[in-house]
Design a protein. Structure first.
Length: 322
């Protein structure tokens, strides 16, 4: 069955929240620690993200809002619905620490963490440009203006009330999240790596200033745990069945093949290793000419995290034995 949430009648697009700032190094840790300080005090969210946050972070109001946006979008914190402070998530606690127990990757040095953050942003439809770019865009190369025009046409066709300026700013932020800027006399190499997700190498600049390409093919730093987590996460949204087709995993929007920019053979290589990686809980099958993954487990958050954290080489994570 086709999986195209952007085309559903009740879909609500999102092109803002980041205040035009891409995700930057250290922001998720800062946001997590800020929320962890206040989440048990039952004050309203202004305590966490008001004037005190501006002073603590040493940045302006818009950048504080951007830090919160990225931490929420990456699943590190969860926004409160009742006016109280935001809360930290299980994922955030495992990565950055909880109740005096050291996190497994507080400085986001492990490639698994970066791939996971990319998955959180691009595999779900909460960030429209991200989901569309990695799930719907059919070509390998693009220009900034092409992206703006195509998304604008989609917005018009779907009757989304969004201005061209908002789309343009969102596309610019998207590109800065993944494509490192070319170092210049005023911009050194370190400054060119504005966002940690540029390290994934998913988008490269080509030719002129506004030319870019998606880098499709094998991803050497994409870890097995993140791939299995992504597979199960996609499966939980796509189907309740105990089998999932190769075509869905490889080509459906929001699936691992599209989000990780893998070629068909790359997906096959990873699927054939599933049985060993998961001790038979997931296995690749080509019986009766049907290429599919078969699962012998229920999909829940604990199961997904179990496979994810196997990437970090620790059997004891934030007080929980996996």
């Amino acid at each position: 069955m086709p999986y195209k949430p952007l085309l559903e009648a009740n879909y609500r697009p999102s092109f803002s929240g980041h205040e035009t700032f891409p995700l930057r190094y250290g922001w998720l840790k800062k946001a997590f620690e800020r929320v962890a300080e206040t989440e048990h005090d039952h004050h309203n969210k202004s305590l966490c993200w008001g004037e005190d946050a501006i002073a603590k972070f040493g940045v302006g109001k818009n950048m504080v809002a951007s830090i919160r946006h990225w931490a929420t979008s990456c699943g590190i914190i969860q926004e409160s619905k009742n006016g109280h402070s935001d809360i930290t998530t299980t994922l955030g606690q495992k990565l950055f620490g909880n109740n005096g127990i050291k996190g497994i990757d507080p400085y986001m040095e492990h490639p698994a963490t970066l791939w996971l953050m990319h998955w959180k942003l691009a595999a779900q439809d909460k960030k429209t440009t991200w989901f569309w770019a990695f799930g719907h865009y059919p070509a390998v190369t693009f220009t900034r203006s092409q992206f703006v025009q195509k998304i604008g046409r989609l917005a018009q066709d779907r009757d989304w009330r969004v201005s061209n300026t908002t789309i343009k700013n969102d596309v610019a932020c998207f590109i800065r999240t993944y494509a490192a800027r070319q170092p210049t006399g005023k911009t050194g190499h370190d400054d060119a790596l504005e966002s940690p997700l540029t390290e994934l190498g998913l988008i490269k600049t080509i030719g002129e200033k506004d030319g870019f390409r998606f880098v499709r093919g094998p991803k050497a730093t994409l870890t097995d745990g993140v791939f299995v987590y992504a597979l199960l996460d996609f499966w939980s949204r796509y189907s309740d069945a105990n089998t999932l087709s190769f075509e869905a995993l490889t080509y459906e929007p929001g699936g691992p093949g599209r989000v990780f920019a893998l070629e068909e053979n790359d997906v096959v290589d990873r699927l054939t290793a599933l049985e060993d990686i998961t001790s038979g809980e997931l296995r690749w099958s080509e019986a009766a000419g049907l290429k599919q993954v078969v699962r012998n487990i229920d999909i829940d958050e604990e199961t997904k995290l179990q496979y994810l954290f196997s990437d970090y080489g620790s059997s004891k994570i934030a007080g929980t034995i996996w």
